[in-house]
Design a protein around this ligand. Structure first.
Ligand SMILES: Cc1cc2nc3c(=O)[nH]c(=O)nc-3n(C[C@H](O)[C@H](O)[C@H](O)COP(=O)(O)OP(=O)(O)OC[C@H]3O[C@@H](n4cnc5c(N)ncnc54)[C@H](O)[C@@H]3O)c2cc1C
Length: 291
């Protein structure tokens, strides 16, 4: 959205193609307190404000998914899920990251039937229910804290010896009286009939297999960059994040820029993603001027 705001304000004929607005911010379960200009704002409110600012610009917006980017001479060709083709002089990739799946039996089968990757979207469906959260990082704890207002009981299941969430999140979770944290948990299977009924896991210390009866599970085990559609045009690191020049967010292909969470930068934040979006649009403008 930031790249879109900058590119259109620079007078570039700009098309923004997105699967939807908000990305990870829209999934944020607790308030955002570190985006400058807002002491405390919900993810949904921040997204709405950005979207409003974007839509008052002179910009074309299409809700679609880019499936392939190719370079033909000086031009780029983008093909989409809706079988559309778009030509561009410069392209800014800003497709962020998608939730990483657990990859256990039952996970895919029960998506929407108790398995969720978004507590803000699906949390209200678990009123007075028992839920598990896979992952004891900040995302897992924030999800658990958010769900204390809805669910009856919450289990955080962490694979490692210790949880990785900030102290503050651990403290708030502890004070809620609704959250139990289990460490050394290797989830083996999600079971159910029409909906999720239980989780089978191995206690990695005792090597014993256990059953936890739950009505649902939120998967919070990290994110993977959404970069598969640009293979060949960019260089990746070992985590499939795109390598860019620091100054311009330029990839190895001239005219192809990348901004935000899909980049190699170690700090995945809204303000850094927005900053890179601005940088990439300004660099794209300079590139097009030179062309
Ligand atoms: C639970 C959680 C809490 C967080 N809390 C904070 C916080 O408090 N403060 C903070 O600064 N950061 C926080 N973050 C991190 C922050 O949300 C991200 O750094 C930021 O959203 C990255 O923005 P992005 O635009 O690069 O990617 P994303 O937010 O992932 O957005 C990518 C967009 O691209 C779209 N897209 C993907 N693939 C395609 C495609 N092929 N074609 C078209 N469109 C596509 C997606 O639909 C999405 O709209 C949090 C993240 C999570 C998951």
């Amino acid at each position: 959205m930031t790249a879109g705001i900058y590119a259109s304000r620079l007078g570039l004929e700009t098309l923004l193609i997105t699967k939807g607005f908000g990305g990870q911010i829209a999934k944020k379960a607790v308030f955002i307190e570190n985006y400058p200009g807002f002491e405390k704002i919900s993810g949904q409110d921040l997204v709405q404000k950005m979207e409003k600012q974007l839509k008052i610009q002179k910009i074309d917006i299409e809700i679609d998914e880019v499936r392939k980017v190719e370079k033909k001479g000086d031009d780029f060709l983008l093909s989409t899920r809706n079988k559309k083709e778009h030509q561009a002089k410069a392209v800014i990739l800003a497709s962020g990251s998608d939730p990483r799946p657990l990859e256990v039996p039952g996970e895919k089968e029960f998506i929407g039937k108790g398995v969720s990757y978004c507590s803000v979207c699906d949390g209200p469906l678990f009123k007075d229910k028992i839920v598990a959260i896979a992952g004891g990082g900040n995302a897992g704890f924030e999800t658990a804290i958010f769900l204390t207002k809805i669910a009856k009981k919450i289990y955080i299941l962490e694979y490692g010896e210790e949880v990785k969430a900030f102290e503050a999140n651990q403290r708030i979770a502890g004070e809620s009286g609704k959250i139990d944290v289990f460490t050394n948990v290797a989830i083996k299977e999600i079971k159910g009939e029409k909906f999720v009924k239980s989780i089978i896991y191995e206690d990695r210390k005792t090597k014993k297999e256990k059953v936890l009866d739950v009505d649902g599970i939120f998967i919070e085990v990290g994110y993977q960059p959404a970069t598969s559609y640009v293979k060949g045009l960019v260089d990746f690191n070992e985590r499939d994040e795109i390598k860019v020049e620091f100054e311009t967010c330029q990839t190895k292909t001239l005219g192809l820029f990348a901004a935000g969470d899909l980049n190699i930068g170690p700090f995945k934040q809204i303000v850094t993603a927005a900053g890179e979006g601005a940088k990439a649009a300004l660099a794209a403008y300079n590139y097009i001027q030179k062309l």
